[in-house]
Design a protein around this ligand. Structure first.
Ligand code: URA
Length: 239
């Protein structure tokens, strides 16, 4: 099957799940900058976090960081991937078993749903950037503790600064709790545009794992993805 057919199929499945009509016009994604060709770094030893000035340096300093026992129980660092020039960056919770095995974010069941949701707004992983609050899998997929979130927050903040997206989509309650000092939970906050530093706009939405357990919430997630699509399209209309 051709990629365009697969994308169409993913869209139709997601649309049917949501029980909604297709409302997106096939517009060119003029805001997407093609991903750069990344030159392998020559640096052998990792820099401290504060000194990292590129994603590769940040990856090396994340990998070398010994401040968390999660590193000992996990198999692979799950750093982030996608288009490092993307205007839209997704931040999830933490790697699960499949992500830990492959060292890539959102490649298990949640990731497959995320891919469908992206396809529904005519996006794929080459057009967005995806990472997590924790780069190491918590044993048994438990929810990250507040201390773990605080420990890795400087890495996440650096990650955001290096990608410099225009929109941050926080996927699930953990990402919201870690990055926004808000008392409300994800059910209250989802679908609301919130400010972040440097003029970045934040949209919290449900975690795909939650949607898999509670498919009745997919309609709200679809509204959130439509809002993302609309915001991205508005960038290409800027003079
Ligand atoms: N859930 C997450 O939050 N992140 C992943 O990478 C996979 C599942």
């Amino acid at each position: 099957m051709r990629i365009s057919d697969r994308k169409k199929l993913a869209f139709v499945e997601w649309e049917q799940d949501c029980g909604l009509a297709h409302v997106l016009a096939q517009e060119p994604q003029s805001w997407v900058t093609p991903p750069p060709t990344i030159q392998p770094t020559k640096r052998a030893s990792p820099l401290p976090l504060e000194a990292a000035t590129s994603l590769e340096e940040l990856r090396l300093s994340s990998e070398a960081f010994e401040g968390s026992p999660l590193k000992k129980t996990a198999t692979h660092l799950v750093f982030g991937e996608g288009n490092p020039r993307a205007p839209l960056m997704f931040i999830g919770e933490a790697p699960g078993a499949e992500e830990d095995r492959l060292g890539r974010p959102f490649v298990g069941a949640s990731g497959q749903l995320l891919d469908k949701m992206l396809a529904a707004i005519q996006l794929d992983r080459t057009q967005v950037y995806i990472t997590n609050i924790l780069p190491w899998r918590p044993p048994g997929n438990r929810t990250p503790t507040t201390d773990e979130m605080a420990l890795f927050l400087p890495f996440v903040r650096k990650h955001i600064a290096l990608v410099a997206p225009r929109i941050l989509c926080l996927v699930g309650g953990t990402a919201v709790k870690a990055l926004l000092a808000r008392q409300e939970g994800i059910i209250r906050l989802r679908g609301n545009w919130l400010p972040y530093e440097g003029g970045i706009e934040v949209l919290p939405t449900y975690h795909p794992a939650f949607l898999l357990r509670s498919p009745g919430r997919k309609k709200e997630a679809w509204q959130d993805f439509l809002a993302l699509h609309k915001k991205l399209q508005s960038f290409s209309k800027c003079p």
